[in-house]
Design a protein around this ligand. Structure first.
Ligand SMILES: Cc1ncc(COP(=O)(O)O)c(C=O)c1O
Length: 380
């Protein structure tokens, strides 16, 4: 069951991705292989078997990598978290004197890492808003995009930026966390590398941390594999197995999350007490022209402003189907007031991640919770 046929649609690809050929008596997805060392051939040593030691070798991890690789359309290496994948990629590729451009409005720990660690190593770091304007890429070693960007949901034109980057000899990396490989295929759009957190919608059950890098370049796969083996940021076998099991329902989960986001965005757009609504799937959204051209489906994440921190607290407390939590892309609808984590967002800015609840229930609950939260209260 390993090689997905190109004509298969998303649901079929997800349910079969990375599974071994059927063997009578064997499970569909083999259970996790828990091993640090494996038995070695006493004469031939490690060369005689696929597995010698758990840091470089784990069959559960390899099956997950073939599954994600099939969906992204490249070779995949998984990491212990999205941050492990992003920082590993940047450290493996960049050298002192290089210039890197990173999103100014993306996941903020990436900026913090760049300032604290990359600059300290002598890498020149620039931050560019996802919507641009982008500077000349002459002399830039690596450009990283995050599209849609978290949490503001702006979108960058990957194909256009890939052309410009490649003309200057710049590597293009796309963080595909929010879209997932079903929402967008950056390698098809010209990116050299995809990097992502698999903690979010990809696995979607809020029960594990995972990251990955995917590419079509054999040289980059080799560099990243060597980096990961040396530094050791591998996910455990149980997390890899859970992630693979969860991938089978990715198409179903995203379909409901996206439908819920569309309905919630419509509700919020009609309310005078909500401002700054962003969802790239709305034709009125500034991101819509590029998003609708390059994305295969829209994410379940919506952002908006409730005007004040205490109004966000009242809204979440009143809701029965929206819980306060960071992260996004899970089965349950969550709201996160991003300013509390240090994001450069307004105090009442909310990132709402729609879960897979029934759409009518979720919309009714959010409408009632906004009513219960009342208006912004003047400071006394
Ligand atoms: C866009 C994006 N990239 C990367 C990460 C980091 O992923 P992880 O939390 O799995 O390390 C996050 C986490 O929220 C994210 O939103």
């Amino acid at each position: 069951m390993s090689a997905a046929e190109p004509q298969w649609r998303d649901g079929t690809r997800c349910v079969r991705a990375g599974l071994p050929e059927p063997v009578p008596g064997d499970p569909f997805l083999p259970g996790p292989v828990f091993a640090a060392p494996y038995h070695l051939d006493p004469w031939a040593g490690p060369a005689a078997a696929a597995n010698g030691y758990g840091r470089p070798d784990n069959p559960t991890r390899r099956l997950l990598e073939s599954a994600i690789g099939e969906l992204e359309g490249g070779d995949c290496r998984v990491f212990a978290s999205g941050q492990a994948a992003i920082t590993g990629l940047l450290l493996a590729v960049l050298r002192p004197g290089d210039t890197v451009l990173l999103p100014a409005d993306g996941y903020f720990p990436v900026r913090a890492f760049a300032t604290a660690t990359l600059e300290g190593m002598g890498v020149r770091v620039g931050f560019v808003p996802t919507v641009g304007p982008y500077p000349s890429f002459e002399g830039v070693r690596l450009l990283m995009l995050e599209t849609p960007a978290n949490p503001g949901l702006d979108v960058a034109d990957v194909a256009a930026l890939a052309r410009e980057a490649h003309a200057a000899g710049t590597l293009l990396v796309v963080d595909n966390t929010t879209a997932t490989p079903l929402g967008q295929r950056p390698l098809d759009l010209g990116a050299d590398l995809v990097v992502a957190s698999g903690t979010k919608a990809l696995t979607g059950h809020s029960d594990l941390l995972l990251g990955y890098v995917a590419t079509r370049s054999a040289e980059l796969v080799e560099t990243l594999t060597a980096w990961r083996t040396t530094t050791g940021a591998v996910p455990g076998a149980f997390d890899a197995w859970l992630a693979h099991r969860s991938l089978g329902t990715l198409d179903l989960r995203l379909a409901r999350q996206s439908a819920n986001a569309a309905a919630v965005a419509e509700l919020l757009a009609g309310r005078a007490d909500v401002t700054g609504l962003r969802w790239p799937g709305r034709p009125e959204d500034p991101a819509y022209p590029v998003a609708s051209a390059q994305m295969r489906r829209m994410p379940g994440v919506v952002s908006f402003d409730l005007g004040a921190a205490d109004r966000v607290s009242r809204f979440v407390e009143a809701a029965r189907l929206v819980v306060a939590a960071t992260s996004f892309g899970g089965l349950h609808t969550t709201a996160d007031r991003r300013a509390q984590w240090g994001d450069d967002t307004a105090p009442g800015f909310v990132r709402l991640s729609c879960g897979v609840e029934d759409t009518a229930d979720l919309v009714a609950d959010i409408a009632a919770a906004l009513d219960a939260a009342g208006p912004v209260r003047p400071l006394s």
